[in-house]
Design a binder for this molecule. Structure first.
Ligand code: ADP
Ligand code: MG
Length: 350
């Protein structure tokens, strides 16, 4: 995990907006050839010959999208960038730039914001992205972060949600359900801590899950891998809300149905054991948990030999004609209609 440091507290008001922006963005260095002008003018200038720009934006609000009682600011900065890069990769494009806008109340010191930006810096360095702008404002309470990510790809490369065809294979990267369970573990420890502040969080055995929640990785590696394997998905989406709702998005936009096989859904051993501990059904968690930031895509069956040996990719089902509908084929071989239930469904189960 990312380290945290404890230090003095300088009020943001002591600096003023321009000094603050300088202080936070000073050590970011541009790396991308498509960054023609970064921070410092009225607008950034970006471009590449013969490529299309891909652009996505996300808004993160304290108390709605994150809880700073267990989300260190450094991780929040990292995750805010990751969730946006994930959207760019889900178009089969390479992410190249981000802008970061923040609104902060006086609860946040310069040092706290430097923590946030050190997570942003780690993310941009690891993924080779340039920070090319943003905006800075005060807020009455709490923290708001908005990240916009930009990427480029040739027109032929870009993959949309609407290209899946009957008989295509449904494929997912990595494994599912971990981020939701990490959230459950952190929530439980927060309650234990609130009952008695001397209780130290007992997070041993949960490290993978907590890392999935606090430090998700966008699957740039999978986009590179598909390129190396010479596989262009017919449709693609990133998994931010949970497998079942993302499958339904792909199927709806492509006007197809699908069969998802319960016994094929990739689960980490820690997910299986913690589901037992929390008395949760691991399939429900994988289907509805969300925040895994894996890629879900469809490929033509002709491409199956190219991906079949790869440990990062799992075939989890087949695309069907629209009339067949969207179903989960259970371990007991019965068919259940897929529903986009999201986190609420998990809460109902408790
Ligand atoms: P303007 O008044 O035109 O909005 P600003 O003074 O807000 O300009 O911004 C000056 C420069 O600093 C611009 O390039 C802007 O994109 C960048 N910038 C402002 N806030 C941030 C931030 N929080 N993170 C990164 N860059 C920022
Ligand atoms: Mg501004």
């Amino acid at each position: 995990m990312l380290e945290n440091k404890d230090q003095t507290r300088t009020p943001v008001s002591a600096l003023g907006e321009f000094k603050l922006i300088d202080q936070l963005t000073d050590n970011f260095i541009n790396k991308q050839p498509s960054t023609i002008k970064g921070i410092g003018d009225d607008a950034a200038v970006l471009g590449l010959e013969k490529q299309k720009m891909v652009l996505s934006t996300d808004l993160l609000i304290e108390g709605i999208h994150f809880d700073l009682s267990y989300m260190p600011l450094k991780h929040l900065g990292y995750k805010a960038v990751m969730v946006n890069l994930s959207d760019i990769y889900a178009m089969n494009a390479m992410a190249t730039q981000v802008t970061v806008s923040i609104a902060v109340s006086n609860r946040f010191s310069l040092e706290a914001l430097e923590e946030l930006y050190s997570g942003i810096k780690t993310a941009t360095d690891l993924y080779g992205i340039d920070l090319v702008g943003g905006d800075t404002s005060s807020s009455i309470t709490g923290l708001v972060i908005s990240v916009t990510a930009v990427g480029f790809a040739t027109e032929e490369k870009i993959v949309y949600r609407n290209g899946a065809k009957a008989n295509d294979l449904l494929v997912v990267s990595g494994d599912l359900g971990g981020a939701y369970l990490g959230f459950q573990v952190l929530e439980r420890e927060k309650q234990v801590f609130e009952v008695n502040p001397n209780n130290q969080p007992d997070l041993e055995g949960y490290t993978y899950l907590i890392e999935r929640q606090l430090k998700p990785e966008a699957r740039k590696d999978v986009i590179k891998l598909l390129d190396d394997l010479d596989v262009k998905p017919t449709s693609m989406i990133d998994i931010s809300d949970g497998l079942s709702s993302e499958i339904l998005h792909l199927c709806k936009q492509s006007q197809v149905g699908c069969d998802l096989y319960e016994n094929k859904i990739p689960l980490d051993p820690q997910v299986i054991s913690i589901c037992e501990e929390f008395k949760l059904d691991s399939t429900t968690v994988a289907l509805n948990g969300g925040e895994d930031y894996e890629l879900l895509f469809t490929i033509s069956q002709d491409d199956y030999p190219k991906i079949k040996a790869n440990p990062n990719l799992t075939v989890i089902g087949y695309i069907r004609e629209k009339e067949a509908g969207c179903h989960l084929v259970t371990r007991a071989d019965s068919k259940i209609e897929l529903q986009a239930r999201g986190w609420n469904a998990l809460n109902d189960q408790e």
